[in-house]
Design a protein around this ligand. Sequence first.
Ligand SMILES: Nc1ncnc2c1ncn2[C@@H]1O[C@H](COP(=O)(O)OP(=O)(O)OP(=O)(O)O)[C@@H](O)[C@H]1O
Ligand SMILES: [Mg+2]
Length: 286
Amino acid sequence: MASENACVKCASGSEDAIVHVDCVTHRYPDGTEGIHNMCFRVFPKEIVALCGPNGAGKSTLIEHINGLMLPDVGRVRIFGKDIDKWNVSEIRKSVGLVFQDADSQLFSPTVLDDVMFGPLNLGLSPEEARKRAEWALGIVGIKETTKIPHYLSGGQQRLVAIAGVLAMNPKILVVDEPTGDLDPSNAIRIEGLLRSLRDEHGISIVIALHDMDMAARLADRVCIVKGGSIMAEGRPEDILYDEQLLRSAGLELPDVARLYRDLGLEARGEKRVRSLDEIVAILKRE
Ligand SMILES: Nc1ncnc2c1ncn2[C@@H]1O[C@H](COP(=O)(O)OP(=O)(O)OP(=O)(O)O)[C@@H](O)[C@H]1O
Ligand SMILES: [Mg+2]
């Protein structure tokens, strides 16, 4: 149903959205508008990448999706329910958020305590919470369970923060720049994990990314964020191949699109690809 805030875009096709950021403006205390008239939706079982330059509004948008920030104008609806200050803790049970700054997410005396905190808060018994935490830490590959979280490296802290959110079994996962400080093998592990959460658990994922190649490989839909709004959205094969659009947003073509263009693959009738592996496969066929 269209709300009183809904613009034309928000009013149509939003019935199936499990996240609906409906024409939201957020002003920080110093008067800066972090997002302006932002319309954004997430549908079941999709991975949506938010790509945009520094200061575009990605983190501000993301922090509205689990009620960490509330709109000044507009509304945010999760599974059809408006977020307000009374139901925000309920909403956080279904929306897991991994911050851009993992350090700020960790506060318990040990890694295991930290990851158990969420499940305990959900009301699970200590045994159940421990089981969930060990499962989540196993998935992200962290073995240092008795260590003080702040003594871990930046990348390890990021993995613990992801485990902490996974342990809560969210229906929607929101991750802000998860791989910036990860080494290549951990970045690939997290990419695979996100894909399997969608494919095997039906979780919808919103991910802010500066890595355009990861966006090309992972996203079902890409939203280009600029100046606090979504300036374009669509399939990676369309959005991430549009050099003019990306340039106007202060972004660059992903390597995969640049190679596709430079190798003249379009002229050879090859369909647009989303990973370097697909380019290699085309070249090997020759
Ligand atoms: N606490 C704050 N107080 C005032 N302005 C803020 C605050 N946090 C962010 N902003 C401003 O809000 C706008 C959006 O910032 P935001 O952090 O959402 O961008 P971003 O797209 O996540 O950038 P990045 O890629 O650098 O993480 C920017 O103009 C930023 O300067
Ligand atoms: Mg940010």
